[in-house]
Design a binder for this molecule. Structure first.
Ligand code: PLP
Length: 440
C-alpha cells in the first residue's frame, strides 16, 4: 500500500532509470518516452553534461535565499535567456514551474497597470479550450470547464474567446480569413468587456494538451498583436510547453515574429532535471513595477543555484547539440509519418503541430470531424495500448469543446530516425489493436 496519492487511482510501474529517449521500470521493461513526460524532457534523460553541471553546483551550494544572496548560475542563466528574447524582453523572474510562471505574468501585468495609473484594468482574456496551470489564478484563465468548475466560488473566472480551431470549420474562408476571424473574437470580447477594464490576453502560441498542438493561420498572430496594441492590452505568451526550442524556434512566437509583452516558461526550460520555470518581462513593465514600490510576489525556491545551474546546462546542450534545428527537421519527418497513418486509419481526423510539438486526433467521421463517442474512452485506451507495448504518448479529450480525443507525440528533440521508426511501429501496432477492439 502506498501513501502517495495523485489525481486518480491510476498507478504505473516504479521507474528505475532513464537515458536518452528511453526509460526502464524496476522489472527491466523499456519504454520509449514519446511524449518527453509531459513535454518536459526535451534534451532526453540523464544528459551527462547537465548531470556534471549539477554535481559541480551541488558541491558548492544548493540553496541561497533570495534576500541573502545573489548566485552566479541565476545571473548567467538570466543573461543567456535574455539574449535569446526579442529586443527589450530582458527581465527574467525565476520560478519553479509553469503555473507559477503564469501566476507571475498575471500579477506583474496587474501591478504594471496600477503603476501606470490604469487601475481599472484587471480582466485577462484567454481562450477556450486552453490550459495555463492548476493554481487558482492560472486556473481562472484556463479554458477547461471541468478543471475549474468545482473551484468557481473561490476564484474569478476570466472571459474566454474560442481558440482558433480552424481545422474543424467547414466554411468557405481562406486560411488567412479564418485567422482574422478568430482574432476578431478578441476584439469583440474587448469591446464587450469595456477596453478600459481589460488588462491582458494570454495564449499558447502553439497549443498544448488542451487543444492538441493547435496552430493558428499566420494571419492570426499579427492580428492578435495589432488588436492588443489598439487597446493598450498586454500580450502574454504561455510558452510553458511550446518554448525552449520544442517547435523549432526557441520561442514558438518567433515563427510569426509575434512579440509578446510577457512570457511564461517551464517544462523544456529545466527539461526535467530540476523544477524550473521563468517569467520573462518587457523591461518597461518590470522596471515600472519595481520603481513603483516593488513586485508583490515571489516563491521561496525561485532562482535557486542548483535549478539555475541545471537550466543553464540544458540551454548549453540545446545549442551544442543543435536541438532547435533538430526539432524542426525531426518534427517534419515525424509529422509526415503521422500524416501517412491517415491513409491506414479512417478514424484519424487530423494531424497537426509545429516542430516536435505534434498531435493527432481521432474522430468518428473525418468529413464532419464528429468526435468518437465518449464511452469508447479512446484517449485513455490508446495510451494504455501503447504503454503496454513500450511507447509513452500523452492524451486528452476536451469535454464540452469541439475537440475530441487527441494524442501528443512529442519525443525528446534528440530523437533519431531509427527511433522515429520505432515510435511509428509501436503506434501502428497500438492503433491496429485499438481498431480491432472498437471495430472502427
Ligand atoms: N501552461 C501550459 C501551456 C502548460 O502546458 C502547463 C502544463 O501542462 C502549464 C502552464 C502548467 O505548468 P505546471 O504543471 O508546471 O504548473
Amino acid at each position: 500500500m502506498s501513501n502517495l496519492f495523485y489525481q486518480t487511482r491510476l498507478r504505473r510501474p516504479l521507474l528505475d532509470r532513464a537515458e536518452g529517449v528511453y526509460m526502464w521500470d524496476v522489472d527491466g521493461k523499456r519504454y520509449l518516452d514519446g511524449s518527453s513526460g509531459a513535454m518536459v524532457s526535451n534534451i532526453g534523460h540523464s544528459n551527462p553534461a547537465v548531470l556534471e553541471a549539477m554535481r559541480r553546483q551541488m558541491e558548492k551550494s544548493t540553496f541561497g535565499y533570495r534576500l541573502h544572496f545573489e548566485n552566479e548560475p541565476a545571473e548567467e542563466f538570466a543573461r543567456q535567456i535574455a539574449a535569446r528574447m526579442p529586443q527589450g524582453l530582458d527581465r527574467v523572474f525565476f520560478v519553479s514551474g509553469g503555473s507559477e510562471a503564469v501566476e507571475s505574468c498575471l500579477k506583474l501585468a496587474r501591478q504594471y497597470a496600477v503603476a501606470i495609473g490604469e487601475a481599472s484594468r484587471w480582466k485577462v482574456i484567454s481562450r477556450f479550450p486552453s490550459y495555463h496551470g492548476s493554481s487558482l489564478g492560472a486556473l481562472s484563465v484556463t479554458g477547461m470547464s471541468l478543471m475549474s468548475a468545482p473551484f468557481s466560488p473561490m476564484m474569478r473566472e476570466m472571459p474566454k474567446i474560442p481558440a482558433p480551431t480552424c481545422y474543424l470549420d467547414r466554411d468557405d474562408l481562406s486560411d488567412h480569413e479564418r485567422g482574422l476571424k478568430y482574432a476578431r473574437y478578441l476584439r469583440d470580447e474587448i469591446l464587450r468587456q469595456g477596453p478600459e477594464t481589460v488588462l491582458a490576453f494570454i495564449m499558447e502560441p502553439v497549443g498544448g494538451a488542451s487543444t492538441g498542438a493547435l496552430v493558428a493561420p499566420d494571419s492570426y498572430y499579427a492580428e492578435i498583436r495589432r488588436i492588443c496594441d489598439e487597446f493598450g492590452i498586454l500580450l502574454i505568451a504561455d510558452e510553458v510547453m511550446s518554448g525552449a526550442g520544442r517547435t523549432g524556434q526557441y520561442l514558438a512566437c518567433d515563427h510569426w515574429g509575434m512579440r509578446p509583452d510577457l512570457i511564461a516558461f517551464s517544462k523544456g526550460f529545466g527539461a526535467g532535471y530540476m523544477p524550473l520555470g521563468a517569467m520573462v518581462a518587457d523591461r518597461r513593465i518590470a522596471d515600472a513595477v519595481i520603481d513603483s514600490g516593488g513586485f508583490i510576489h515571489g516563491f521561496t525556491y525561485a532562482g535557486n543555484p542548483l535549478a539555475c545551474a541545471a537550466g543553464l546546462a540544458v540551454l548549453g546542450e540545446i545549442d551544442r547539440l543543435g536541438l532547435i534545428d533538430a526539432a524542426q527537421v525531426q518534427g517534419d519527418k515525424l509529422s509526415r509519418r503521422l500524416q501517412a497513418l491517415m491513409q491506414r486509419y479512417e478514424f484519424i481526423g487530423d494531424v497537426r503541430g509545429k516542430g516536435l510539438l505534434l498531435a493527432f486526433e481521432l474522430v468518428a467521421n473525418r468529413e464532419t470531424m464528429e468526435p468518437l463517442p465518449v464511452g469508447l474512452n479512446a484517449h485513455n485506451r490508446l495510451v494504455d495500448l501503447a504503454y503496454d507495448r513500450g511507447l509513452i504518448i500523452y492524451s486528452r479529450r476536451t469535454r464540452g469543446g469541439r475537440i475530441g480525443d487527441h494524442f501528443l507525440v512529442c519525443p525528446p528533440l534528440i530523437t533519431t530516425d531509427e527511433q522515429i521508426d520505432e515510435i511509428l511501429a509501436v503506434l501502428t501496432d497500438s492503433l491496429d489493436a485499438f481498431a480491432q477492439e472498437t471495430g472502427l
